[in-house]
Write a protein that binds this ligand. Structure first.
Ligand code: CUA
Length: 322
């Protein structure tokens, strides 16, 4: 991520967003021009009316139709029809462009399940040992069409990566398909785009687009189990995580195997925590572990009330989950 905010909103980095963005700018500019013209006409009419003495409480406003009254309606209709027609045709063309090309033969297939308020991401493989899960951070190889199978979770959410792809809703009881690609390496912010409860705004994720070789290395690393503790303090931290966190979270290679919260096996490989809310720094991480309700009130993760020594041990263990 670099450059000015204008760069950020102004440039598409994927073929889907590339089809949508010029249309967005076009309709925005047309809308602004229409508002300006209408405002100018209203202003002109009211100033003229006032110049002629205006209305009083006892004298009604006479309805006049000058000889050229209908001409304005004709001009107005013609002016409206042209941009509407252009918008209609352009929208149809953009829709055709963003619809199904890679659905038949995608380069990568992801299963994404949104939850209040985080994103579960499953990478698939030909064999079970090639499947793994991560959360809130999606890695993709550049120049590859990625099919995203969206599974309905608890309530309606919407998957949106503005610079790469348009919005697709994830609806409970339904599977929707979306796709995206990135033409250059980078980190692209995604955001839930459907109001889904109190912490809807804090339901972000990141798409990390990497050259294919780098992506393959990342994928191989994600497949590995978490390392075993090498010191007593790390072992204590692992015991606390398994005992207290393992009912919701998974750490592959330990007894923590629940799937109702983000998989923590390679937690430290992620840039952000808490669904794009906090940077993944030691301080933010332990603050989040201890008091998540202060950061995301009403989220399902409870405050932990660990002692200082316990929190230090947890920090030492989490640090090894690279
Ligand atoms: Cu999920 Cu808004």
């Amino acid at each position: 991520m670099s450059g000015t905010p204008l760069d950020y909103i102004g440039h598409a980095a994927g073929s889907r967003a590339g089809a949508i963005l010029p249309l967005t700018w076009f309709t925005l500019v047309v809308s602004i021009v229409v508002i300006v013209i209408i405002a100018a006409l209203v202003l002109r009419a009211s100033l003229r009316f006032r110049a002629r003495g205006g209305a009083s409480e006892t004298v009604g406003v006479p309805v006049e139709r000058g000889a050229d009254g209908l001409r304005w309606i004709t001009i107005g209709l013609a002016l409206t029809a042209v941009p509407l027609l252009v918008t209609l045709v352009w929208t149809m063309a953009a829709l055709a462009q963003v619809a199904g090309p890679p659905l038949a033969n995608p380069g990568l297939v992801l299963d994404v399940t949104p939850h209040q308020w985080w994103w579960e991401v499953q990478y698939n493989g030909a064999t079970p040992d090639a499947i793994f899960e991560t959360a809130n951070e999606i890695h993709i190889p550049t120049g590859t069409k990625v099919l995203v199978r969206l599974h309905g979770g608890d309530v309606i959410h919407s998957f949106w990566v503005p610079r790469l792809s348009g919005k697709t809703d994830a609806i409970p009881g339904q599977n929707n398909l979306s796709w995206l690609d990135a033409d250059q390496p980078g980190v692209y912010r995604g955001q839930c785009a459907e109001y889904c409860g109190w912490q809807h705004a804090k339901m972000a994720f990141e798409v990390v687009a990497e050259p294919p070789a780098q992506f393959a290395a990342w994928r191989d690393h994600q497949l590995a189990d978490a390392p075993q503790p090498t010191t007593p303090r790390i072992a204590q931290g692992q015991a606390i995580i398994v005992y207290r966190c393992g009912l919701c979270h998974a750490v592959r290679g330990t007894d923590a195997g629940a799937r109702t919260a983000p998989d923590l096996t390679h937690l430290m490989s992620r840039r952000m925590i808490a669904a794009g809310v906090l940077p993944n720094t030691p301080g933010a991480l332990l603050g989040w572990v201890q008091h998540p309700q202060g950061v995301k009130p009403d989220s399902l993760m409870p405050d932990q009330h660990l002692s200082g020594a316990e929190l230090t041990a947890v920090g030492a263990y989490l640090e090894t989950l690279r």
